[in-house]
Design a protein around this ligand. Sequence first.
Ligand SMILES: Nc1nc2c(c(=O)[nH]1)N[C@H]1C(S)=C(S)[C@@H](COP(=O)(O)O)O[C@H]1N2
Ligand SMILES: [Mo]
Length: 344
Amino acid sequence: MTTQDTLRAPLDVVRAHPLCAETPVPQLQHAVTPPESVYVRSNFETPAAHDGWTLEVRGAVERPLSLALGELSLLPPHTVLVTMECAGNWRLGMTPVPEGEPWQYGAVSTTRWSGVPLSALLAQAGVSGDAIEVLAIGADAGPRSDAEGLVRFERALPLDMALHPDTLVATHMDGVPLTPEHGAPLRLIVPGWYGMASVKWLAALEVRTSPFTGYFQTKRYVYHTDTGTTPVSRALVKSMIVSPAPDSACAAETEVRGWAWSGHGAITRVQVAVNGTWHEATLGTADSAYAWTPFTLAVALPTDLVELRSRATDASGATQPDTIVWNSLGYGNNAVRAIHVVVR
Ligand SMILES: Nc1nc2c(c(=O)[nH]1)N[C@H]1C(S)=C(S)[C@@H](COP(=O)(O)O)O[C@H]1N2
Ligand SMILES: [Mo]
């Protein structure tokens, strides 16, 4: 890291209250994002954590639970390394720019989360046979201009994902207890899904036999287009060049480096275009099944202003599109993005 990087603030703040902040470009170069630079997306002010915090497990279960934090630590621990992206990341890249937080490209981070599998808690409670989903209820709430009364942050997860062995009730990030802005004392982590599924400040889990239709399930975190409304779920295939940095100067003999990720399967291919000519990039090894895959391309760049683009493909066969279907809330912009560098 250069002196310039270390002098930078750990986060690029998009909005101070409630806190929404991006991982700064230099910090995106790390395989595991430095914890103080993991992006933050909060819809409401951070609720205060306290020692008496309990996690309720209720709804369609045989044995409703009310677990103290100490009781959670008695369950078998589990750790996952996850690339998590906000569904609104790169909203500013859409034309016209939809309503919502004006995210550039840094609402994505790769983080080591530890806690207990959600499935262990659900097994303790005994999920009833007709259950279809688990509603994760956060302790945060507030008014919304397009809703009545106080709206709570709550999101339903289909039962198969709730029972997935890598879906966590996390207590730690990077080996230390969660910080307030990342969900202390408890949060959900749903690997492979856009960030909205990973409910912070987790207060209760409600096992449901009918679909939840609350605000953050039907009014936000949905792809809303002329042809219909679909809930946002898994992260779409995407890639990002992190070196050379956008709008920086670099040498002609350069190694272009970046990350590619997808919630729909492993990355199988990345191509890099230099002034419109596509080259095959070399794939490195991802640090986990849910972490981004490194790619590199050693190339001699022509001098002057150069345009670089990257395009990833995943194991499902999906490739990043050149343009995306615009949606009014601006989610899932995984279109190929051009950056520019000055070569000298
Ligand atoms: N309770 C609660 N959980 C939440 C949110 C929130 O506003 N409230 N934001 C969600 C969204 S949209 C994202 S992208 C992730 C961001 O997690 P982070 O702030 O730890 O990066 O948290 C999710 N969990
Ligand atoms: Mo998000």
